[in-house]
Design a protein around this ligand. Sequence first.
Ligand code: NAI
Length: 304
Amino acid sequence: MSEIRFDDRVVVVTGAGGGLGRAYALAFAARGAKVIVNDLGGDIRGEGENVSAADRVVGQIRDLGGEAVSNHDSVENGERIIDAALTNFGRVDIVVNNAGILRDASFRKMTVEDWERVYRVHLFGAFKVTHAAWPHMLDQRFGRIVNTASAAGAYGNFGQANYSAMKLGLVGFTKTLAVEGAGKNVTANVIAPVAASRLLETILTPERMAILKPEYVTPLVLRLCAEHNEESGSLFEVAAGWMAKVRWERAEGISLPTNPVFTVEDVDAGWEKICDFSVSDHPASIRDRSAAVTAKLVEAGLLP
Ligand code: NAI
């Protein structure tokens, strides 16, 4: 097995002052990358700023003989973070969109501000950082992007309507980046991690926290950013040494006649079959999806 290295690659990790981002920044630097350690140093809810979080990580990287520069901009100003990479290191090769906050509240109690703050950091922030890096990646024919979703986005979670919406939004964002980066050696993937960080310390027991080290998530992230990585547009769940790809599954469904036109009662009568996964497929691209829909329309006699 040859060692996976990032020598001469420039990596931007957002929200790298603590938790998962810090673990990624240290791991990339240990394998030769030049790292922009971005973090504005706010609290879990996105309040306040503290430059020392990112600076401390840069200090640790330098103490270990690595190269890193801190940046304290909010991801909402993603172009400044990418500018820091270009100014300090002359290029940008890898972006890990990791910064995150929580504004949990049951949907009844969720405020517009709760929704907007979570949108601004997770979805808009990832857009801003990636949008600034994207043309450089296309032009240099190399780019690796890892976005951060969550099980809350894939499955839903009480009190996280805002967070889950943004996290699943990042899955769609990633899949389209993968389509547009295909053929240009620009890959984009998304992870739904579980790791002991301040985001989980009020939810998990100390025993659970001890086995969910952020460092266990980093090898997957680094693998998705490796020179030889061809994986793109994929979602992975990862926790404590377990990692697995997640995909869509679609039931075979039913095709109802349109002449005479089908009714709500026909849909009701077919409900079990609409939701039956005993025959199913796994569309991996919009082309797969369209081909299957066209085949169904042909089968139903609606298309020649
Ligand atoms: P964390 O709170 O330790 O790290 C997040 C970092 O992002 C913080 O250092 C914070 O200062 C920074 N940040 C927040 N807003 C920012 C902004 N506007 N600009 C720049 N930096 C900003 O949390 P953790 O757990 O390391 O989370 C990392 C990512 O993983 C987040 O996107 C989170 O939603 C996601 N995630 C984490 C899970 C876990 O089990 N820890 C579960 C699912 C998703």
